[in-house]
Design a protein around this ligand. Structure first.
Ligand SMILES: [Zn+2]
Length: 508
């Protein structure tokens, strides 16, 4: 404002000088005007310059204000440390958060003392994905803070509320979450640490997202000291689904197989390897699980049996640079274009890596680290014919009367692999279920495509159990990614969770 006022003052002063005609006759005034015509032109130019400057400053300020009101204010209000948010909360009752099927996941009740209290009817079940509003805002509560504290109710009613000193009702947020599926996933993970993610492959909608250990958002204030103290061992506040980094184990063989097909489009079908339960690659010994001898294998059987030695053999033939490029197309080492908190998955193999690191990496060990969300995105991309959809959790917002205020549409992250390559991998992943490590899923009435994993994470051979997959293979409706920390094999601990989720979502 300071600069604007200065500009105005200048104009006023200049105008006063120009229009000074008092005290002399009209003639002399005209004459002097002619005499001074050169000066006047100079003066006019100056006025124009100043006018332009003022107009530009004014437009900049209008632009800034509009930008502030439209976008920046949303950012600022979503910032958990913002005072203006508190002022909004004085005028608006924070809206509700719903599942896709209309179950209340978060609501505000006003107590007898007039104080608003945020209530989460499902206690711990949705704690990471829905988040909380105290002790640093997280989850959907954070992402949608602005709409939740904005009322699109009838303006007259809002005005009346203001006069009466009543609060207006904030907009409601409808998520993409399936409340039943979330509860099944939560229950199925039991007392294990780990995470479960379910996506709709052709839209990227997040259907379920569970992380354990968890906490109760209803009592997070009282529990806070204990939760923070426990952070080292349990980290219940961390959303493992999007922020937990794990070695991918054998689920990563899907990536290795895709790269092998891309490098050998006409000959991958004639790949063969004889597994003796163990093999050595430039002095690096790779064992199969339990040193099982898998015998004669093609590429499909190598994946179905999850043969480490065969995949190490494949890895030795791969072009490391193009493998890295493929992984980066699948969003390893990349910022995900999502609105929720997450960590980047890591793929560190490059041409400087030695054979030891190479054979470990292609079987999902080595330095590669992945979030359960990222692994779900890989499964969903294959399910969706090679096109990756960006995961999202908010479907739309509504005002108190049920009218839609804002809708969120699916966004594509592009075609990552060709449809025919996705189809070949799908065939292999179906073989994992037909005659491989995911066989217990073959009793369902529809075909499932998937890959198990047992990711070793310490020298004693303790492993995280993994499963990624989707169903029905023919027309995929759901893709899942499951990790159970320190449990054992994927077949034994992750596959049963996938089975319960498929049954809940698709039937027997
Ligand atoms: Zn083997």
């Amino acid at each position: 404002m300071q600069r604007l006022q200065t500009g105005r003052e200048k104009i006023m002063k200049l105008s006063a000088g120009e229009g000074h005609e008092t005290g002399k006759g009209r003639q002399s005034a005209v004459r002097s005007r002619f005499k001074a015509s050169d000066d006047s032109i100079q003066g006019n130019k100056q006025i124009l310059k100043v006018t332009y400057a003022v107009v530009i400053i004014f437009l900049c300020m209008v632009g800034y204000l509009v930008n502030f009101m439209v976008s920046d204010s949303e950012e600022i209000i979503n910032n958990p440390y913002n005072k203006r948010r508190d002022i909004l909360a004085e005028k608006v009752v924070r809206g509700n958060i719903y599942s896709a099927d209309g179950k209340v996941l978060a609501k505000t009740i006003t107590g007898d003392d007039g104080e608003d209290k945020r209530v989460y009817p499902y206690d711990n079940t949705f704690c990471h994905v829905i988040g909380r509003i105290t002790n640093s805002m997280t989850g959907v509560e954070r992402e949608q803070c602005y709409p939740l504290l904005t009322s699109h109710s009838n303006p007259l009613k809002k005005l009346a509320n203001t006069f009466k000193g009543d609060k207006s009702q904030g907009d409601n947020v409808y998520t993409t979450l399936d409340a039943n599926l979330q509860q099944i996933a939560y229950k199925a993970l039991g007392n294990y640490k780990g995470a479960v993610v379910a996506l709709e492959p052709d839209t990227g909608k997040i259907l379920a997202m569970v992380s354990k250990p968890d906490y109760n958002p209803n009592t997070v204030d009282n529990d806070w000291d204990r939760l923070v103290e426990d952070e080292e061992d349990n980290s219940a506040l961390l959303n493992r689904a999007t922020q937990g980094l794990y070695p991918p184990g054998s689920t990563f063989k899907v990536m290795t197989a895709i790269e092998y097909i891309l490098e050998n489009p006409s000959s991958y079908n004639s790949y063969s390897y004889k597994c003796k339960g163990s093999d050595s690659f430039e002095g690096n010994v790779i064992n199969c699980y339990g040193k099982e001898k898998h015998g004669e294998l093609n590429l499909s059987k190598s994946l179905a049996k999850s043969c480490n030695a065969s995949f190490a053999e494949i890895g030795m033939e791969l072009n490391v640079n193009s493998f890295k490029k493929l992984c980066e197309k699948f969003m390893f080492n990349k910022q995900l274009p999502v609105k929720f908190e997450y960590k980047k998955s890591r793929f560190e193999l490059d041409k400087k890596s030695d054979a030891g690191e190479l054979v470990q990496t292609v079987i999902g060990q080595g330095k590669t680290m992945i979030t359960p969300m990222q692994n779900a995105m890989i499964a969903a991309t294959i399910a969706n014919g090679g096109e990756m959809m960006i995961p999202y959790v908010v479907d739309h917002t509504e005002n108190y009367a049920g009218q839609t205020v804002k809708s969120y549409d699916p966004v594509s992250n592009g075609k990552i692999i060709e449809e025919d390559v996705a189809a070949v991998i799908e065939k292999f992943m179906k073989e994992v279920i037909n005659d491989g490590t995911g066989a217990s899923l073959s009793t369902l009435s529809y075909k499932v495509a998937g890959k198990t994993g047992s990711a070793e994470f310490d020298s004693e051979g303790t492993s995280h159990a993994w499963f990624i997959g989707y169903a029905p293979a023919k027309n995929p409706k759901i893709a899942v990614s499951i990790v159970v920390e320190g449990a054992g094999t994927g077949s034994q601990y992750a596959v049963p969770i996938a089975k319960e989720m498929f049954r809940q979502y698709l039937g027997e």
